[in-house]
Design a protein around this ligand. Structure first.
Ligand code: NAG
Ligand code: NAG
Ligand code: NAG
Ligand code: NAG
Ligand code: NAG
Ligand code: NAG
Ligand code: NAG
Ligand code: NAG
Ligand code: CU
Length: 611
């Protein structure tokens, strides 16, 4: 009742606007997809388990549309559990009720119910969708979205080559990018793992395999190999605790993570079944092979891949042996292409890359964990040859990175977000209208994190809130985990690591992209970015900073905090989640609701409000 009264007050005070005409009135190009969600047996890495299947398969089908299309996704929930579907990175302009966050933008889709998601594809490039209900994304409810750009849009190809033949091959490749979903995978369901984490009172970041488009194998490593791959930081943690090695799955014992980030918490590892951390059994699962044919030996052939970080926890190093790649888009948007050998990729990231296929053969596509919590690596295959030619003899290939993601030679170049330049440099307001300092900290056990002092009670997201935030704006009803902005203003979110040490967090905002205008090491004693930029200008860029829908905060050491300043323009009124994309951290409460443009929220259509 209190929430309702406050919501009504906001509505009266600011005046809710009605969209003058339906956003779908002129839908000449409607694309419709029907998704039937079930739970069924699937063996992504050779071990069968219950997975969420979309139309009977894992991963879900690729949504492939043209920029400007109106997209309908009709979701039939045939599972026992409730669900919602989020379209990651899609701005949902004027359709915030289709963003798919339970309790924030919609009521959950119950068993047997059908929800019609509709949105306008105003953007172009690489996106993805995933369930936003509890850990259903970990259970396999995810898939790729490809939005083909308008013809007249400026492309970055001339920055790669001036050669007409090459340009033609690049354009051809970029018209049909190959989505490659990268994920960390376990044999237990997300519900099961989270229940065990609660009982053990620690997060359990220990995965069984790495999947490439839903395919992989469990690859157990010898203790010697694991030892040889430990970083100095990882060795130190072991040494300080008199532990000899990471476990058989290559996992840093979770109790040591807990001791580091949540020193006052008592963990109970004894309740865990052995398979969670302590045993590893290799399997031979399916292998992802990207096969391309060249017309003839002189055929100038390129391949475009949309890398999608569908990870739940890990950050990994991606590389293709002996093939440098051009990164030409990040989180959908074109950048000034960077020629690199390896790319660090984390939860929610998209990198669109171009690969020149100039020496037929078979090459490992590698993914190696960069996270402190686990030594795990695997590969898929890039295979190409002249059509109908005899197979190229198998031969060893040279890797750019070691199996722990560290460069294998000094000439290996990693993609750098620091030097990421957008192809289209948009003007950024030099001084923000509003600043929110968000103090990130642990909030109890190692899976519980707060984005700002207080945690978003997981119950809100797990079980939905009533009323749904988008239906009735809230103030501090959830212990200050909502912030409210006005449309057409510029907002700074300053993320500060408050408890040390702290791992990196991939902070994702729904509803729009943001610019990372500043980041640095040490405390953030300033009130605003403007004040900070006057003191430490070297840490700021207000002219051409990277633009993304998620940014990974920098790791904080026991002695050094870090801070990140994200700036965005409020152009998409609605209730948007800001959260860590590490699944256990989201479930542990590391989320806020941003009520953007609350003075201009569109009226929720009755069929959505009453769903
Ligand atoms: C590790 O072993 C050393 C020597 O036995 C001991 O002094 C130290 O307290 C131990 N540390 C821990 C964390 O158990
Ligand atoms: C742990 O407890 C000590 C002593 O009560 C306190 O000073 C410290 O801030 C606590 N640490 C955390 C991370 O809560
Ligand atoms: C890089 O160069 C330095 C200095 O020459 C050398 O010590 C180091 O081993 C090289 N690293 C690799 C990975 O080759
Ligand atoms: C963050 O938390 C503090 C303390 O609870 C609160 O005073 C502040 O208003 C919060 N900031 C935001 C942006 O909600
Ligand atoms: C599932 O969704 C239905 C319909 O929105 C709702 O009534 C029910 O409370 C939800 N169940 C749980 C466990 O959240
Ligand atoms: C919100 O502001 C943006 C940017 O000025 C503007 O384009 C948009 O029309 C506004 N939305 C509403 C509903 O007024
Ligand atoms: C911590 O900050 C200090 C001072 O800025 C710097 O000298 C030191 O190298 C930093 N340590 C780490 C681990 O980044
Ligand atoms: C838990 C918490 O920090 N609650 C605070 C929320 O904000 C109001 C003021 O807006 C404070 O009075 C509460 O203490
Ligand atoms: Cu996190």
């Amino acid at each position: 009742m209190v929430a309702l009264a406050r919501g009504s007050w906001l509505k009266l005070a600011l005046g809710l606007t009605t969209l003058s005409s339906s956003v779908f009135a002129k839908s000449s190009c409607d694309r419709t997809y029907e998704f039937t969600l079930t739970v069924g047996k699937w063996a992504p890495d050779g071990v069968e388990r219950d997975m969420v299947l979309v139309n009977g398969a894992f991963p879900g089908p690729t949504i492939e549309v043209n920029q400007g299309d109106y997209v309908d996704i009709i979701v039939h929930n045939k599972m026992v559990a409730n669900t919602t579907v989020h379209f990651h990175g899609i701005d949902m302009h004027a359709t915030p009720w289709n963003d798919g966050v339970p309790g924030v933008t919609q009521r959950q889709i119950g068993t047997g119910e059908t929800y019609h998601y509709k949105w306008h594809a105003t953007q172009y490039g690489s996106y993805w969708y995933h369930a936003h209900q509890l850990g259903q994304v970990e259970d396999g409810m995810y898939g790729a979205i490809v939005i083909h750009p308008r013809k007249e849009l400026e492309k970055p190809w001339s920055l790669i080559s001036q050669d007409a033949k090459v340009l033609e091959a690049i354009e051809h490749a970029a018209k049909k990018p190959y989505p490659l979903l990268l994920a960390d995978h376990r044999h237990r369901t997300a519900e099961d793992v989270f229940a065990l984490a609660l009982k053990a009172n620690t997060e359990l970041p220990c995965f069984d395999s790495i999947l490439f488009n839903g395919k992989g194998s469990v690859e157990c490593r010898s203790p010697e190999e694991i030892t040889s791959l430990l970083s100095a930081q990882q060795q130190n943690v072991l040494k300080n605790n008199n532990v000899t090695n990471f476990g058989p799955k290559g996992c840093l014992p979770p109790q040591l993570i807990s001791k580091t980030v949540s020193p006052n918490v008592t963990v109970n590892m004894g309740i865990l079944p052995k398979d969670v951390i302590e045993t590893c059994t290799s399997t031979k699962g399916p292998r992802e092979v990207i096969t391309v044919h060249k017309r003839d030996a002189s055929d100038e052939k390129w391949l475009a891949i949309d890398l999608i970080g569908a990870f739940h926890m890990l950050t990994g190093a991606f590389s293709i042996d002996e093939h440098p790649v051009w990164v030409y888009a990040v989180d959908g948007d074109y950048i000034k292409p960077q020629l690199v050998h390896a790319i660090p990729i984390t939860n929610g990231d998209r990198f669109s890359i171009l690969v020149r296929l100039d020496k037929p053969g078979n090459y490992p596509i590698r993914l190696s964990s960069l996270s402190n919590s686990q030594i795990i690596f695997s590969s898929a295959t890039l295979s190409y040859n002249v059509k109908d030619a005899a197979p190229v003899p198998e031969k060893p290939t040279v890797a750019y990175v070691k199996n722990n993601g560290v460069i294998a030679s000094n000439s290996t170049i990693f993609y750098s977000e620091k030097t990421q330049k957008q192809l289209l440099v948009e003007p950024i307001k030099q001084v923000a209208d509003q600043t929110y300092k968000l103090h990130m900290r642990t909030a109890g056990p190692s899976f519980a994190w707060a984005l700002n002092k207080t945690i978003l009670p997981p119950a809100v997201l797990d079980h939905g809130s009533d009323p749904v935030v988008l239906f009735e704006p809230q103030f501090d009803d959830y212990d200050n985990v909502t912030i409210t902005t006005k449309n057409d203003t510029w907002v700074d979110l300053i993320l500060i690591t408050d408890t040390l040490p702290m791992p990196p967090h991939p902070i994702h905002k729904h509803g729009n992209k943001m610019w990372r205008v500043g980041n640095g090491i040490g405390p953030f004693p300033w009130a605003t970015a403007a004040e900070a930029a006057a003191a430490v200008p070297q840490f700021f860029n207000f002219v051409d900073p990277p633009k993304r829908d998620s940014f990974l905060t920098a790791q904080a050491t026991p002695t050094n905090a870090t801070w990140t300043v994200l700036r965005y323009h409020v152009t998409s009124p609605g209730a948007w989640l800001l959260h860590c994309h590490v699944q256990s951290h989201l479930q542990g409460g590391m989320a806020l609701v941003i009520q953007d443009g609350a003075d201009h929220w569109p009226v929720v259509p009755d069929n959505y409000r009453n769903f």
